[in-house]
Design a binder for this molecule. Structure first.
Ligand code: PEP
Length: 253
């Protein structure tokens, strides 16, 4: 298998109205067309309300669309939830799972993340499973232990490079402008790779591990050039067309 293409994924969180989506879709489509051969994979995770629009608006571009969460069940009496099959039905190919804002704000456990990842697999979606330590865990020197536990407990059976991506997102780095040192990122990504070898064997080398947490145009090239960093999960900067595109171009190999 050749060198993996990098993946730049934009998480819009609970941001964006239809007008924002129109501007972003038009801007991204024209930049992709101008670039011609887009030698990087790009995924956007708008709020559920914009998935249908985005999937249609980006249909003739290489950009794929994903949901920010899904329920573990296919359908049923779960008011307010969205299933993996519904995401698939609306044109999504990916789903973010276990983002720290879900783990903290909705008390999601790794066991629940695993169930959701299993549902994503069954629905034919690629699951991006997010892991990462918070600031007190970091201060106590528990980063590797926390990441190890979250990966082991969140990774579903049947995970392969084709259906699973891991995103390392230190909670303290999200939206804060702070990033770990390059050594810290390499260290954690290397540990995740070793865990993947144990869990998925031959697929581990091809499985993507993204870094997320205050990725900006100013630090993207350095972070994306690190060993075992196969792309970036971008929050705030993905809402600004020029910033997101600058990160995409930094990922072109
Ligand atoms: C995120 O929420 O996934 C994220 C990485 O956010 P930010 O880029 O804003 O730190």
């Amino acid at each position: 298998m050749g060198q993996k293409r990098l993946l730049v994924a934009g998480n819009w969180k609970m941001n964006g109205l239809r007008a924002d989506a129109e501007l972003m879709a038009e801007g991204l489509a024209s930049r992709c067309h101008a670039m011609g051969n887009v030698a990087v994979d790009i995924a956007l995770f708008p709020p559920a309300t914009l998935l249908d629009y985005m999937a249609r608006a980006l249909d003739d571009t290489p950009i794929v669309i994903g949901g920010q969460d899904c329920h573990r069940s296919e359908k049923g009496a779960f008011t307010g939830d969205v299933s993996a099959w519904m995401l698939r039905d609306v044109g999504a190919s990916h789903v973010l799972l276990g983002h720290s804002e879900r783990r903290a704000g909705h008390a999601e456990s790794s066991a629940q993340v695993k169930d959701k990842a299993q549902a994503a697999q069954a629905a034919g979606l690629v699951a991006i499973i997010c892991v990462g330590e918070n600031s007190s865990e970091r201060d106590r020197g528990e980063t590797l232990a926390v990441v190890r536990r979250q990966v082991q407990e969140s990774l579903p059976a049947g995970a392969t490079y084709a259906n699973t991506i891991i995103a390392y997102e230190p909670v303290w780095a999200i939206g804060s402008g702070q990033v770990p040192s390059t050594e810290e990122i390499v260290n954690v990504h290397g540990e995740i790779r070793r865990l993947l070898v144990k869990a998925t064997g031959d697929d581990a080398g091809a499985t993507r591990i993204l870094y997320g947490g205050s990725v900006k145009p100013s630090n993207a090239a350095e972070i994306l050039g690190l060993g075992d960093v196969d792309g970036a999960l971008v929050g705030g900067a993905s809402l600004i067309l020029d910033d997101f595109w600058a990160i995409v171009t930094a990922a072109v190999r």
